[in-house]
Design a protein around this ligand. Structure first.
Ligand code: CA
Length: 228
């Protein structure tokens, strides 16, 4: 899944991005509200971590414009918004939720709590509501970053795990390579590389070794599908 961190305190923004990235997400950073709105126009983010206090366009305004002007970039839902606020007043929290935020977190917060809330928001974007996702003989615990096929623990790289996670959140759906690139990789990826194809084939080899040779189908001309 792909996350946009919007935070004007550069050190905090980079620390958040780093922590979220380590948990397997693709992460881009915007330091201003304007920069955030430009990025939201271009890329289909799954979740936005949105600081309330920004120097130009504040978080509430970004949130309002996101919901008012949203067009579906690739057929997926609009991003979930996790509002980050230093103000611990009831009015601010209520106003943020009224502006369309899905959840909020009061600064200072611990990274594990932010990551847990991202997982919860990510689940709300799919039909899975529990912490454990089960599809086609695989069992994934996103919090513990483990995937089991039967009793066997799959050893995946961060990117392979992120790719399989996205597949498992959308079982049976045909996912175009561009959509996978948009939701599993960040903006620094060269859109003309064959990185999706290469990562899918590495993932397939590992699934095959674990006894699932046909888990990911290629739909010629359309993309890939995780068999349910
Ligand atoms: Ca701020």
């Amino acid at each position: 899944m792909r996350v946009l961190v919007v935070e004007d305190e550069v050190d905090l923004a980079q620390a958040l991005a780093e922590g979220i990235r380590r948990d397997g997400y693709a992460v881009d950073v915007a330091f201003t509200g304007r920069d955030a709105m430009e990025k939201l126009e271009i890329s289909p983010y799954d979740i936005v971590c949105l600081d309330l206090n920004l120097p130009d366009v504040d978080g509430r305004e970004v949130c309002r414009r996101l919901h008012a002007g949203h067009r579906q970039i690739d057929g997926t839902d609009q991003p979930r918004v996790l509002m980050l606020t230093a103000r611990d007043s009831l009015e601010d929290r209520v106003a943020g939720l009224d502006d369309g935020a899905d959840d909020y977190l009061v600064k200072p917060f611990a990274l594990p709590e932010l990551l847990a809330r991202l997982r919860a928001l990510g689940r709300r974007r799919s039909r899975h509501t529990g912490a454990i996702i089960q599809v086609g003989g695989m069992r994934m615990d996103a919090a513990r970053r483990t995937v089991y096929v039967g009793e066997r623990d799959l050893d995946l790289t961060t990117r392979e795990f992120a790719l399989l996670h996205y597949f498992m959140l959308h079982p049976g759906e045909v996912l175009a390579a561009e959509r996978l690139l948009d939701h599993v990789w960040d903006e620094n990826i060269d859109p003309f590389t064959n990185t999706v194809r290469v990562t899918v084939s590495k993932l397939r080899r590992k699934l095959e070794a674990a006894g699932l040779p046909h888990a990911i189908e290629t739909i010629v001309g359309s993309g890939y599908r995780l068999v349910e």
